[in-house]
Ligand binder design. Structure first.
Ligand SMILES: [Zn+2]
Length: 250
């Protein structure tokens, strides 16, 4: 616990003095720690929606839907206990390791577009990670319960800590943000690896053709990767912001 605390403090000091002060935001830490990550996050969301809209219109020559693509890849990987199901949430595609369900949004599930194939293959990449006991995915699954507790407690901790000036709660809040930061950090290799697998498998199985189709898959998956980097930056910003709030009270 103490080591984690020390690490968080050092991280804050290093980033504040070494990187961010020369930019010149002076005392307005929240601008840098909250607003800048929020803008990066919105920009990443716009990019991923734009990439999906563009490459969602381009039909792949293999002419199979996202669902068929996922099932073919699962079969080739000899994974027979994962269900591919349709979900109504737009861009709500995900793999649920607890129920071994591969959920694809309607636009991906039913469509033979370059974007749909990229996303379906990415989610199947998570199922393959699970089947192969890929270590970062196991670590991510292990940290999910504590991450949920931390994020549910945070609003109350912040209200008590900041509005009522309870320093102990600010410290607790810093631990919570640290847990969320670790979660986002572990998410990065899990997501990058799923996309890496997807790109290789799609080409190997001939589901997307070299040239425009491969380029489209890359655009969509790289845009999606940006949103995870943005989430990590936001988590880092939150942690630094609360550290700067604590420093002001000392
Ligand atoms: Zn993913």
């Amino acid at each position: 616990m103490n080591e984690a605390w020390l690490e968080a403090s050092n991280l804050g000091v290093i980033l504040k003095t070494g990187m961010f002060y020369p930019i010149g935001f002076g005392g307005h830490h929240w601008l840098l720690y909250i607003l800048v990550p929020a803008i990066i996050g919105i920009w990443a969301q716009i990019r991923v929606s734009g990439a999906f809209r563009k490459w969602g219109q381009v039909r792949a020559t293999s002419n199979i839907s996202g669902a068929e693509c996922a099932r073919e890849i699962l079969q080739a990987a000899q994974i027979h206990d994962v269900d591919v199901v349709e979900t109504n949430d737009f861009l709500g595609d995900h793999y649920d390791p607890a129920s071994k369900k591969l959920c694809l949004s309607s636009n991906v599930y039913n469509t033979p577009s370059v974007a749909a194939l990229g996303i379906a293959a990415h989610e199947t990449g998570h199922a393959i990670q699970h089947a192969k006991a890929y270590a970062p995915l196991k670590a991510r699954m292990a940290i999910v319960p504590v991450t949920m507790v931390a994020s549910q407690m945070l609003p109350f901790i912040l209200i008590g800590g900041i509005w009522f000036g309870m320093t102990g709660l600010i410290t607790l809040g810093i631990y919570c943000y640290l847990i969320l930061l670790v979660f986002q950090l572990i998410t990065l290799p899990v997501e990058f690896d799923a996309s890496r697998r997807a790109k290789i498998i799609l080409q190997q199985m001939g589901i997307v053709q070299p040239g425009e189709e491969v380029a489209g898959v890359n655009r969509v998956l790289n845009a999606a990767a940006l949103t995870y980097v943005a989430a990590f930056i936001a988590a880092l910003g939150n942690l630094l912001w609360l550290l700067s709030m604590r420093d002001r009270r000392d």
